[in-house]
Design a protein around this ligand. Structure first.
Ligand code: SAM
Ligand code: SF4
Length: 353
């Protein structure tokens, strides 16, 4: 049995269910919501300094959606025109039996209802799961990696082992998946490594994206100390590389350049210095079924209650439609030098990256 209810064989039986498309989800600003990011757990086997405090308390497992409920929820969005699902966390690959969810969701890839299932992972479990993920139709994954120095890696992640992550990236590429590396830019921590990281990533055919630290959740240190504006990073990188503007877009916050010397793509996610909301096509669901219409706002809708209220998806669907009708125009992140509270109280590991 899957924790909290439905049997795994039951889910696999459901895998023949076909989707009858309903009307698409369009928000009040005319943006179609075609992409959901689903956090399948708030737990993690790392404790990255910018993401969590070392002594985190996690949700009781009974609060989490079961794998079957996660499947129903994702499928309800697919019915409404979602074309892309990203599975994230916490660390998604530490959730018990998580491959069951990938296997069952892959039916939507087979039917053509869904274009893509992707994963954001810290890579610690990838060596074990890469082949299975590829078999479930996952073609692209994002691996978070902020440094190539084993000691620094241990300092940033507190509990991580760089060699396992590198082995995971190898396994993912061997399984035929394309790997994008995400690195959070941290002042005085990894900024001196950006040039070798770009060369390393592009040499192994991985695109690389730098992310600015976002003010999400209480952590042990000070955000202002970690914050490094990517405008500064980009200016310094121009001493080493020729960066050509690229039209590559994912509907998300990243803006890309092509590095002439390496031929690879380099992305910049700058939530604090740029507003990227006008083309936002996504919403996020937490592992307890809370739907956030914007990463940088508190307004949310509870999808767990309608999921559990009946076996049919009608109530769930109604709640999703109601929530999308209030998707805000944009976020208002602030890193406040005087205040001691983050702009958004929940951690990235709760909403999912
Ligand atoms: N554990 C997985 C991982 O690390 O890839 C998935 C979840 S993690 C929350 C997703 C992404 O969010 C990671 O790339 C991580 O570096 C990033 N992240 C976490 N906290 C952040 C913060 N406060 N600001 C910016 N990025 C953050
Ligand atoms: Fe875990 Fe990912 Fe957060 Fe690091 S960024 S603590 S790997 S959830």
């Amino acid at each position: 049995m899957v924790a909290g209810g439905g049997s795994i064989s039951g889910m696999i039986q459901r895998s023949t269910d076909l989707i009858t498309p309903g009307p698409a989800l369009v928000d009040p600003f005319g943006r179609a919501v075609t992409y959901i990011r689903v956090s399948v757990t708030d737990r993690c086997d790392f404790r990255c300094v910018y993401c969590m405090s070392e002594d985190m308390s996690f949700l009781p497992k009974s609060d989490l959606l079961t794998l079957e409920e996660l499947d129903r929820l994702c499928s309800a969005f697919v019915t409404r025109g979602t074309r892309k699902i990203r599975i994230t966390g916490g660390e998604p690959l530490v959730r018990r039996n998580i491959m069951t969810l990938f296997r069952s969701l892959s039916r939507h890839l087979d039917s053509g209802a869904l274009e893509e299932i992707t994963v954001t992972t810290n890579g610690s479990q990838l060596a074990r799961y890469a082949k299975e993920l590829a078999e479930c139709g996952v073609k692209r994954i994002n691996v978070s990696l902020d440094t190539l120095d084993p000691d620094q890696f241990r300092k940033i992640t507190r509990w991580g082992d760089l060699s396992k992550v590198l082995a995971g990236i190898d396994a993912a590429q061997d399984a035929g998946m394309s790997v994008k590396i995400n690195a959070v830019a941290l002042r005085d921590v990894n900024e001196h490594e950006f040039v070798p990281m770009i060369e390393w990533a592009h040499k192994r055919k991985c695109d690389l994206t730098f992310i600015e630290v976002m003010p999400l959740g209480e952590i042990d240190g000070e955000r202002v100390d970690q914050y490094l504006p990517l405008s500064q990073v980009r200016a310094k990188l121009m001493d080493h590389f020729t960066m050509e503007e690229s039209s590559h877009r994912t509907g998300g916050p990243a803006r890309y350049v092509r590095v002439k010397e390496t031929g690879g793509l380099l992305g910049f996610i700058t939530p604090l210095t740029h507003n990227f909301c006008e083309s936002c096509n996504r919403v996020r669901v937490t592992c307890t079924g809370t739907l956030y219409m914007c990463l940088g706002q508190e307004d949310a809708a509870d999808l767990r209650a309608p999921l559990r209220a009946s076996e049919s998806n009608d109530l769930l669907d109604q709640e999703i439609v109601r929530a999308i009708a209030r998707k805000p125009k944009g976020h208002d992140f602030i890193i406040d030098r005087t205040g001691d509270r983050p702009a958004v109280g929940r951690h990235m590991s709760v909403t999912g990256g």
